[in-house]
Design a protein around this ligand. Structure first.
Ligand SMILES: *[C@@H]1O[C@H](CO)[C@@H](O)[C@H](O)[C@H]1NC(C)=O
Ligand SMILES: *[C@@H]1O[C@H](CO)[C@@H](O)[C@H](O)[C@H]1NC(C)=O
Length: 609
């Protein structure tokens, strides 16, 4: 096993299905292991960076015609017409069940592995990302959840650990992106929330600070970490290196693909670095993160979509897959959130977001051909004998893509709003046409994500494929109607795609959708997911584990509790069963690891347009 910060290590050999191994490479969850498919993708780099200009798509299925489905949604109406004022109320019992789950998870970690980066609940031990020692990965990722849940005792022990044990003096390479979203983001969020919380019984109605000053400890640590990381931006283009040696303060390439950085890795540092500049008044972090965005903007491809890899030196996209899942996902998420973070003052991100969403609708949004489930497909580059690249539309969707439904709905009520604030849910005359397009796509995508929970366990797999006419499945016995897990065969070892690793993306979207609609069905959906997690992933001795096959009762568990279970999955579940006074969406943006950061009017001039 590589000891570099290949956070989220995957068992490659658990992946029999030939076509999907590259997609396990996943930017939110970076993997340093190679795979056949990725090599295939990278073979195109030699062809030249901009073969994109011949942008032709091989459509495996009929392209979606928007009119076909707008307004056609079934019982789950995208545009409730009710004028009733939505009253958000805490669901005490369900919320308490989520807190109990957090305690079950955290107390096992604290008992067996306090301070270690990662936790393995079955073997009841912790590990660090590198042999050089831990960087507070799990503890820092969990701080704000404890503050929000009002877990005063757990919180004060975790704080003490940060105060007395945390060190970034580690001579090893850590993943730039993961360290930013989890550790830097976690510290910044804890810093902000520390002046409000914890309340032993959270009374969110009055969001007045309880303490005169936020806890400086977290800011000092955040500054220290960010300063150690700044060398990642010292590249010819300004795009960051994929890794950082913290002790040596030296950026390092991804060993397997030197010169490449995934688009999501480059485009998912900005909320955190910008927030730090806003707090400290030192614009260096802001400038570096903004430079990355200007490189990405300049490299823009003619069709408006972003490939999943960029060249660090050239600052260009390289020919590689286009998708909203791994290595692409949070780039799109942060376009919107960067616009929201600075209180909608930086129109450049808004423009980039608008472009991308248009392109996604033009090229990626599809409908499964039997039951009309809306999903997003991937575009995979292929080369013909003449060396021309064309793009194959592949009906595969990562679980990661389930963030998109909520994100589109949030975008609709902000970028697509004609009035402020829009009603909950929006009224017909409150959104632009584009706003309604995004709203409806968002609603439909969440619906589809919920359908992927129609499994033996009620949990959704890591990846699904949707039916298309050319898939050759018609007429087969047990041909799935709309979606399926590739490589899953009865009696054989579970397909790699069949796992559930405690991911948050569906509940993240359910949370946003619930806040924006008040529709209790989103809460119901979240509750059934929570119950399925509690039933199938809970480890009796403490903690929660991933499961190998969502479509099998008593599926084998995998000895890993991802930190995002504590920072994201349980936090979003807690928030769904809370009222809307806690972390209101017009005052906070959540980073991609679910760390809430306050929206602010920027005092630092940006100069980027
Ligand atoms: C992780 O790193 C910390 C800090 O160096 C160390 O105290 C701890 O023992 C390490 N844990 C493991 C499991 O190696
Ligand atoms: C955002 O801008 C609006 C006016 O456009 C203002 O009313 C609001 O207070 C600002 N929010 C923050 C957090 O500064």
């Amino acid at each position: 096993m590589s000891q570099t910060a290949g956070l989220r290590k995957r068992k490659k050999d658990a992946s029999p299905s030939e076509s999907s191994s590259a997609q396990h490479q996943d930017a939110r969850r970076t993997d340093t292991h190679g795979s056949a498919k990725l090599m295939y993708t990278l073979a195109f780099i030699g062809i030249g960076l901009l073969s994109y200009f011949n942008f032709s798509i091989i459509y495996d299925s009929a392209k979606l015609v928007l009119d076909e489905w707008i307004g056609s949604s079934d019982h789950w109406d995208a545009t409730p017409s009710s004028d009733d004022f939505v009253q958000f109320q805490v669901d005490e019992d369900k919320r308490q069940a989520v807190v109990n789950a957090f305690r079950h998870a955290w107390s096992a970690y604290e008992r067996d592995a306090m301070g270690d980066d990662e936790y393995h609940p079955i073997s009841m031990k912790g590990t660090n990302l590198t042999a050089a020692g831990g960087i507070g990965y799990t503890v820092i990722d969990s701080l704000d959840t404890m503050l929000i849940m009002g877990l005063t005792d757990e919180y004060s022990r975790a704080r003490r650990w940060v105060d007395t044990k945390l060190s970034f003096d580690r001579d090893a390479n850590f993943n730039t992106f993961e360290t930013t979203i989890r550790v830097l983001g976690g510290l910044l969020s804890a810093f902000h929330l520390s002046s409000y919380l914890p309340h032993s019984s959270p009374s969110w109605r009055s969001l007045a600070p309880t303490f005169p000053h936020p806890d400086r400890l977290y800011l000092d640590k955040a500054i220290e970490l960010a300063n150690l990381m700044l060398p990642v931006f010292d590249t010819p283009s300004g795009l960051p290196t994929s890794q950082i040696n913290l002790a040596q303060q030296r950026g390092a390439p991804n060993t397997e693909f030197p010169d490449l950085i995934s688009t999501a890795e480059a485009g998912t540092l900005q909320l955190e670095f910008r927030q730090l500049s806003e707090i400290t008044g030192d614009d260096i972090y802001w400038k570096r993160a903004e430079k990355v965005m200007s490189v990405i903007k300049t490299a823009r491809l003619p069709h408006g979509l972003a490939s999943i890899f960029m060249s660090q030196d050239a600052g260009q996209f390289v020919t590689s897959a286009i998708r909203l899942g791994s290595r692409g996902d949070s780039f799109y998420e942060y376009l919107l959130k960067q616009y929201l973070q600075t209180n909608r003052t930086e129109l450049v991100y808004r423009d980039m977001y608008d472009d991308s969403m248009q392109a996604i609708h033009n090229h990626l949004v599809q409908k499964s051909y039997k039951t009309g489930l809306l999903y997003t497909s991937e575009l995979i580059p292929e080369q013909n004998h003449e060396g021309e690249v064309s793009w194959r539309l592949t009906p595969k969707q990562d679980h990661l893509v389930c963030f998109l439904g909520g994100s589109l709905m949030l975008g609709a009520t902000t970028t697509g709003a004609l009035v402020q604030p829009v009603s909950i849910p929006p009224k017909p005359d409150e959104l632009t046409l584009t706003g309604w397009r995004d709203w409806k796509t968002g609603v439909e995508l969440i619906k589809t994500c919920m359908r992927t929970h129609d499994t033996a366990t009620g949990l959704a797999p890591e990846m699904v494929h949707f039916r298309i006419p050319s898939d050759g499945m018609d007429g087969q016995e047990f041909a799935p109607e709309d979606w399926y897990i590739k490589g899953a065969r009865p009696g054989e070892e579970a397909a790699f795609d069949a796992r559930y690793i405690l991911r948050p993306e569906t509940v993240e979207s359910l949370f946003i959708a619930y806040r924006l609609t008040g529709d209790p069905r989103y809460r119901d959906s979240a509750w059934s997911i929570f119950q399925a997690i509690d039933k199938h992933c809970k480890v009796d001795t403490g903690g929660y584990a991933s499961i190998m096959n969502v479509d099998e009762l008593n599926s084998r568990q995998e000895d890993k509790m991802e930190t995002f279970f504590l920072s994201e999955t349980l936090k979003y579940l807690y928030l769904i069963f809370s009222d809307d006074s806690i972390l209101p969406l017009d005052k906070y943006v959540f980073n991609t690891e679910a760390h809430p950061l306050p929206i602010f009017n920027p005092t630092i001039p940006t100069g980027f347009s």
